[in-house]
Ligand binder design. Structure first.
Ligand code: AMP
Ligand code: MG
Length: 474
């Protein structure tokens, strides 16, 4: 037996046992490591050489992980497209445990596609290779773009054939988050254990994500939890600011897919737009456009309202006080998002945050002319011809003396464009990972002109995006 040179912690499982069902992964008939993120593994103290051994791969599948960790399926609830589902939970996922990065921060090591659990509700608990690789490449691209996100550590193909309309190869994604505590986790704690469990989860959230509040935990007051909620609101606003500047549509912002940490999670029906517009949506099941691009700040606000409902008794000495504090904090969320979005665009334009006039003019033009924002911002950065409709703006903007060096560090050349991702995945599921690796190298070094060939910078051919649909079927 080749033993691992590390051991995971079981921090969540031991702190919140009523929200964590001990479980194991499903045996894979012919497991093969498709990709391993060496840098990420190193940064978490998980020796990649060992992870490549047969024992390492078994570990990554959540099989027989004792004594390395105590794997659990996490319980959570969620509003899916506005409908409350009390018992969702990890239906095809497992939390293997937590690993510490060099700066001492715990990171969840989490599987997706690891087999049925007590939360599977009749489904097979599995995931297929194409969507799993999609999550891998888009999450790693988001990280490189500076967006708070879960990351991807590995993909293992299981050797199993899975029925998803047609037959597809089965796979497990190993992902990493500073935690997978969701809005839906609080909804679950609230209905299953009342305010006591929600307070316990809130305190745990503080220890995992908000070190500046930890000192207050010895004698927490309503102000402690109001500060916690405000800090969570700020995280959401910062993240949606980045999505908005990059033209990213998440596509499934259910409360179970909204992390307290503000990290973007669950790259199912997501996409980067190539025509900047408010009504962009790509999800095949989002019939009414609930999660279309321009709704994202509002939907996150809605999710934050669902979160704060679970904390009301902690927010004030009386129910009235709690309600007032919640409403005051929530009432600021629109402004927080607006500020975050403006700040993102100001940075992208190389301007000072106070230069709201130019930023607002730019945003109006985006909705008027629907450009590909990535090439537009790079045209400004590289002083090449802007798309039509932006000439007068560019003339004015240049008089503001923009910081071009700063722009180079935030405006990507390479993003995971839909047509490129689809082409790479089509080859990958046939066993040819050449395009996948080429695209991965480019999008994980998005500001470096030498990271990939020029054609990977170009938007898709006309008509591609109009028909582009993504499916939740990870
Ligand atoms: P998602 O759409 O991936 O965010 O999943 C929503 C919920 O459905 C979560 O509770 C998942 O664990 C569960 N789920 C999704 N797909 C499967 C599957 N193939 N088997 C079991 N549970 C699933
Ligand atoms: Mg989910």
């Amino acid at each position: 037996m080749n033993t691992a040179p590390f051991k995971l912690e079981a921090d969540f499982a031991s702190t919140l046992p009523t929200m964590a069902a001990p479980w194991q992964g499903e045996e894979a008939p012919n497991p093969e490591l498709v990709i391993l993120n060496d840098d990420l593994a190193y940064s978490l103290g998980l020796d990649p050489t060992w992870l490549r051994t047969p024992e390492g791969v078994q570990f990554l599948l959540g099989l027989n992980p004792e004594p390395l960790t105590k794997a659990v399926a996490q319980a959570y609830s969620g509003h899916q497209f506005g409908q409350f589902v009390a018992s969702l939970g990890d239906g095809r996922a497992l939390l293997l445990g937590e690993a510490r990065s060099a700066d001492g921060v715990l990171h969840d090591i989490h599987l997706k596609g690891s087999g049925r659990t007590q939360f599977s509700r009749g489904a097979d608990g599995r995931a297929v290779l194409g969507p799993v690789l999609r999550e891998y490449i888009i999450s790693e691209a988001m990280h490189a773009l500076g967006v708070p996100t879960t990351r991807s550590l590995a993909v293992i193909s299981t050797g199993r054939k899975i029925q998803r309309g047609s037959v597809a190869p089965g796979a497990v994604l190993v992902r990493v988050a500073t935690s997978l505590i969701r809005v839906g986790s609080f909804q679950y704690s609230n209905i299953s254990g009342g305010i006591e469990l929600s307070q316990h989860l809130a305190n745990y959230t503080i220890t995992r994500h908000f070190p500046s509040l930890v000192a207050e935990l010895s004698a927490p007051t309503p102000a402690t939890y109001v500060s916690l909620f405000k800090a969570i609101l700020q995280r959401q606003a910062d993240t949606v600011g980045k999505w908005t500047r990059l033209g990213f549509v998440h596509g499934a912002l259910n409360t179970d897919n909204t992390l307290i940490s503000g990290e973007t999670v669950d790259y199912g029906p997501c996409a980067f737009m190539e025509r900047y517009r408010g009504d962009a949506k790509f999800s095949s099941i989002d019939t009414y456009g609930r999660y279309k691009f321009e709704n994202q700040p509002m939907i996150l606000g809605w999710n934050m309202a669902r979160l704060v409902e679970t904390l009301l008794p902690l927010l004030g000495a009386t129910p009235d006080e709690g309600m007032t504090a919640a409403q005051e904090a929530l009432g600021e969320f629109d402004d927080l998002c607006e500020q975050a979005i403006r700040k993102e665009f100001a940075t992208a334009l190389g301007l000072d945050e106070s230069d709201t006039g130019t930023v607002e003019q730019f945003r109006e033009l985006l909705y008027l002319h629907n450009p590909d924002i990535t090439t537009l911002l790079r045209a400004l950065t590289d002083n090449t011809a802007p798309p039509s409709g932006f000439e007068a703006f560019v003339h004015d903007w240049k008089t503001q003396d923009p910081d071009i060096e700063a722009m180079r560090a935030v405006n990507p050349l390479f993003i995971p464009r839909n047509h490129l991702v689809e082409a790479a995945l089509a080859d990958a599921v046939e066993g040819n990972l050449e395009k996948f690796h080429e695209l991965l190298a480019a999008v994980t070094n998005p500001f470096d002109p030498t990271a990939g060939p020029d054609e990977l910078r170009l938007p898709s051919a006309k008509g591609f995006e109009e028909d582009y649909m993504t499916f939740c079927g990870t």
